[in-house]
Design a protein around this ligand. Structure first.
Ligand code: HEM
Length: 533
C-alpha cells in the first residue's frame, strides 16, 4: 500500500510532465550509460550490462564470476564492463599496477563483509587509519622477523611432529585414508593463534576434534557465497528487505558469526589478563601473546580513549578483537586451502614427491637440528623446488582468487587498461584467478608445472612475478604472506621427509575450487593415503 501511495503524486501530474520525467529517466539510466558515458567505449559483458547491474549480480550470487570473467577477458580483452558502473580488469600495466599499486580506495564491500564485532579492522578500513593499523603489525609480520622467530618454528614443530604426524602414522598403520583438509585448517589456526596469543591461549584444533568440527561448520556457514552476497553486494536492498520483514541473510549465518566472535573474544580477554599479570605465567616466550600485546600497547596511538566505550574492560577491546579475529580467519582459510591443494597436486605426482624428497634430504642437516626443532630458517628459504611447488599451487589454486573491488579515485579521471577518462566512483576489480591464467605469461596455464618457476629466463621470471597475485599488491597487499609461506613450507617439508601420499577417490571429494571470496575445494575434503617412509 505504501508503495502505491508514493506513486499517487506522479499519477496526478499532467501527462507532458510525466512524459518529460520518463524521458529524463531513460536518458539518465539507459542512453547516457549505454552510449555517452566514458565507459560506453569499453566492451560490455552483455548488451544489458551497459545499463543494468543484474548480470554482474547474477554471477556473484551464483558463484560463477571468476570463471565467467576469465572467458570474457579471453574474448574481449583486458578491460570488460560488467555492469553500468563496474569494470573487470585483467592486465598488469594500466591494471593491477595502476589500481592496486596506486592505492585506489577499497569499496564498502569489505566493511559490509568483514567488519567483526561491528568494528572495522585493517582489512576493511579506508583512509589514514589503515596505514596506522598496518604499521602496528608490519615489523612483527615482516619476513626477517618471521624467519628469525624461534617460537613460530617451535610451535610449527610441535603441531607437525607431536600432533599431526601421530595421526598420519596411525592412518598408515591401519591403511585407512585420511581427510587432510580439516587437519590443514587446524594446523593453520593453531600455529597462527599461538603467534597471536601464546601457546596456552591458542586453539588446539589438531587434537580437539570436536571444537575443530564446531569451528569448521560455523566458518563454512559464515562464508557461504549466497549468505555473503546479501551483505556485501546488495547491502541497501538487504536493509530494505529487512525493514519490510524479510531476512535474506539466513539466521544460521548470523548465528555462526556471533558464535565465532564470542569464541575468540573470550580468548582476547584472557590475553589481556595475562598481560596485566592477573594470571600467573612463566617467562616462557612461547606463552607470550605476541600480536595481542602489540595491539594492546599501540592501539592507543590510533584510537582516542573516547572511542573505547566504558563497557570495554580494557582500552580498544573491540578494535583489537576485530583485527585479531580477521587475521586468524585469513590465516586459517587461506593457509588451510593452500596446504590442501599442495597435498592434492603432490599426491597425484610421485615423481615430484621424489624430487622434493631429494631436495629435502640434502637440506635436512640444516633444516632440522639435533635437539629436534626446525633449524636455520635460511635452509627452508633456499629450497627452490619447495618454493616452486608452493608458488605454482598458489598460482593455479589461489585461495583468495575472486574479485578484490576498488573504486576509481577523484578528483580527475583515471586511465584503466588504456581507456582514458574513467570518472571517479567506478567499481574496478581484478582477480588472481584470471591474472594467473594468462597464457602469454604462464604458458599452458591450466597445467600445474612447478618447473615453470625454475627454468624461466630472468625476463620471464620478472613477468611471472608481476602477474602472480595470490597475495594482492600495493599498500593493501596481504600482511600475512611471509607467515603463510613459512608455515606452509615447514609443514610440507616435514611431512614429505617422512611420508609419501596418494589420492584416494572417495564419496564427496570434489577438488574443483569454489568461485568465492574464500575459494575452498567444493567437496571441502581431500582423502589421502599416507605411506610412511
Ligand atoms: C596463503 C595464504 C594467504 C593468502 C593467499 C592471502 C591472500 C590475501 C590477499 C589476496 C589479500 C589482499 C586483499 C585485497 O587487496 O583486497 C590479503 C590481505 C590481507 N591478508 Fe592475507 N592471505 C594469506 C594469509 C594471510 C595470513 C596468514 C594473514 C595473517 C596475518 C593474513 C592477513 C591479511 C590481512 C590483515 C590483509 C589485509 C591487508 C590490508 O588491507 O592492508 N593473510 N590476503
Amino acid at each position: 500500500m505504501a508503495v502505491f501511495a508514493s506513486l499517487l503524486p506522479v499519477l496526478a501530474l499532467p501527462s507532458w510532465v510525466a512524459v518529460g520525467i520518463a524521458v529524463l529517466l531513460v536518458y539518465k539510466f539507459v542512453i547516457y550509460p549505454s552510449f555517452l558515458s566514458p565507459l560506453a567505449r569499453i566492451p560490455a559483458a552483455r548488451w544489458h550490462a551497459r545499463f543494468l547491474p543484474f548480470y554482474s549480480l547474477y554471477l556473484k550470487y551464483t558463484g560463477t564470476e571468476s570463471r565467467t570473467t576469465l572467458k570474457l577477458h579471453q574474448r574481449y580483452g583486458p578491460v570488460v564492463r560488467l555492469g553500468p558502473n563496474e569494470l573487470t580488469v585483467n592486465c598488469y600495466e594500466g591494471g593491477i599496477k595502476t589500481i592496486y599499486g596506486g592505492g585506489f580506495p577499497k569499496t564498502d564491500w569489505y566493511q559490509n563483509g568483514f567488519a567483526n564485532y561491528e568494528t572495522e579492522n585493517v582489512f576493511t578500513v579506508k583512509g589514514k587509519e589503515h596505514g596506522q593499523i598496518k604499521r602496528v603489525f608490519s615489523h612483527t609480520l615482516a619476513n626477517s622477523t618471521i624467519l628469525s622467530s624461534s617460537s613460530i618454528r617451535a610451535r610449527a614443530w610441535r603441531a607437525i611432529f607431536d600432533q599431526l604426524c601421530p595421526i598420519l602414522r596411525q592412518s598408515c598403520k591401519s591403511r585407512t585414508p585420511i581427510d587432510i583438509h580439516p587437519l590443514n585448517y587446524a594446523y593453520a589456526m593453531d600455529t597462527y593463534t599461538s603467534f597471536q596469543l601464546g601457546d596456552e591461549l591458542a586453539t588446539d584444533f589438531l587434537t580437539d576434534a570436536d571444537t575443530r568440527e564446531w569451528y569448521l561448520n560455523h566458518s563454512k556457514t559464515l562464508l557461504a557465497t549466497q549468505n555473503f552476497f546479501w551483505a556485501t553486494e546488495v547491502p541497501n536492498l538487504t536493509n530494505w528487505l529487512f525493514k519490510l520483514g524479510f531476512q535474506p541473510i539466513p539466521f544460521d549465518a548470523i548465528e555462526s558469526k556471533l558464535a565465532l566472535e564470542d569464541f575468540f573474544i573470550k580468548k582476547y580477554d584472557r590475553a589481556a589478563q595475562v598481560l596485566n599479570g592477573e594470571e600467573t605465567h612463566s617467562q616462557d616466550t612461547s606463552k607470550r601473546p605476541t600480536l595481542f600485546a602489540l595491539a594492546h600497547a599501540r592501539f592507543g596511538n590510533i584510537y582516542k580513549d573516547s572511542e573505547s566505550p566504558g563497557r570495554q574492560p580494557y582500552p580498544h577491546r573491540l578494535q583489537i578483537a576485530s583485527n585479531l579475529y580477521d587475521q586468524s580467519l585469513a590465516a586459517t582459510e587461506n593457509n588451510g586451502i593452500a596446504l590442501t591443494y599442495v597435498h592434492y597436486e603432490l599426491a597425484r605426482r610421485p615423481e615430484v614427491q621424489s624430487a622434493l624428497r631429494t631436495e629435502l634430504l640434502a637440506a635436512e642437516p640444516d633444516l632440522i637440528t639435533a635437539d629436534n626443532t626446525f633449524g636455520d630458517p635460511k635452509a627452508i628459504e633456499s629450497l627452490r623446488l619447495l618454493d616452486a611447488i608452493v608458488t605454482e599451487t598458489l598460482r593455479i589454486h589461489p585461495p583468495a582468487g575472486a574479485a578484490l573491488p576498488r573504486t576509481t579515485p577523484g578528483p580527475g579521471t583515471s586511465t584503466i587498461g588504456g581507456f582514458e577518462g574513467i570518472p571517479p566512483g567506478v567499481r574496478v576489480e581484478a582477480r588472481a584467478w584470471a591474472l594467473h591464467r594468462n597464457p602469454d605469461v604462464f604458458p599452458e596455464p591450466e597445467e600445474w608445472r612447478p618447473e615453470r618457476w625454475l627454468g624461466a629466463t630472468p625476463g620471464q621470471l620478472t613477468e611471472m612475478k608481476r602477474w602472480f597475485w595470490a597475495f594482492g599488491s600495493g599498500p593493501r597487499m596481504c600482511t600475512g604472506n611471509h607467515f603463510a609461506m613459512l608455515s606452509i613450507k615447514l609443514a610440507i617439508a616435514a611431512i614429505y621427509l617422512h611420508f609419501s601420499t596418494s589420492v584416494v577417490d572417495a564419496e564427496g571429494v570434489d577438488m574443483e575450487q569454489e568461485d568465492a571470496v574464500v575459494s575452498r575445494p567444493k567437496g571441502d575434503k581431500l582423502m589421502l593415503q599416507f605411506h610412511e617412509i
